[in-house]
Design a protein around this ligand. Structure first.
Ligand code: HEM
Length: 225
């Protein structure tokens, strides 16, 4: 039946009442598969983590390429080609220094540390370009890279370290101070930045989530390569 009022209802966006980070989270969670996270809705295109057979060489490739991505992210914050990025310096989520220590340790154990490959280099290039040309899209990657690592990434890391490093806890998976407090502070900053955006810019940011999953997914798959 036709509505009695001719005015179009305002479009609602899931999570919007709690701030923009909740909107980004909602889109991200749907892009997981059911076996990855309860809220996941995507069809699986890679075997469940429980069935992964990681190798130490594959894991090292993942760490090296992750470092290329985190180095780039942290360099972008340091340079802050867009003033809002300066907000995200020294948040406590930085991973570059921790990864350096881990790779040094792995080397001291007799492992060969390769150079970053296409997966990390291409993603870092994309991030650098977006950071200059398209801040809302870049912020989507920023959110997903750091928050995914603190959520599923951490859980994957623990399992892989148990399997190929006899349970050694890498610095990559340790944060100084209380992680949930750090994450909450970064969420608040992200929400503030997004308050300056138009609805179109917000939608554009949300649409970038898929690409973020594509690139980070390629990095994760290095673990089983
Ligand atoms: C959250 C698993 C890949 C982005 C989560 C959570 C789990 C998870 C268990 C926590 C859900 C909750 O809060 O109850 C996984 C697994 C993955 C994977 C097993 C791959 C095998 C990814 C990728 C991205 C991503 C590739 C994007 C780059 C996120 C984000 C959150 C999240 C943004 C929300 C974090 C928060 O609420 O603070 N994931 N994930 N995940 N994941 Fe993933």
């Amino acid at each position: 039946p036709e509505s009695a009022t001719p005015t179009k209802p305002k479009q609602r966006y899931p999570g919007e009442n709690k701030g923009f980070v909740e909107e980004m989270r909602f889109v991200a969670m749907k892009l997981h598969t059911k076996d990855q996270a309860k809220e996941g809705e995507k069809q699986a295109d890679v075997q469940p983590v429980a069935k992964w057979e990681p190798t130490i060489a594959g894991f090292i490739k993942f760490l090296v390429n992750s470092k290329a991505v985190f180095d780039c992210m942290e360099e972008i914050m340091a340079t802050a080609s867009h003033p809002s990025y300066a907000e995200f310096r020294n948040t406590g989520l930085e991973r570059s220094a921790a990864l350096s220590k881990d790779l040094e340790w792995l080397k001291s154990q007799g492992n060969e540390i390769p150079e970053p490959s296409e997966e990390g280099i291409t993603y870092a290039e994309l991030l650098k370009n977006l950071s200059e040309s398209d801040p809302p899209a870049f912020i989507c990657h920023f959110y997903n890279v750091y928050f995914a690592h603190s959520a599923g990434g951490r859980f994957i890391g623990k399992k892989v370290c148990e399997s190929v490093l006899e349970g050694k806890e890498l610095e990559f998976y340790k944060w100084e101070g209380d992680l949930s407090t750090t994450l909450a502070a970064v969420k608040e900053k992200l929400n503030k930045v997004a308050e300056e955006w138009t609805r179109d810019q917000k939608n554009h940011c949300l649409e970038e989530t898929e690409l973020s999953f594509k690139y980070s997914g390629k990095l994760l798959r290095l673990i089983i390569s």
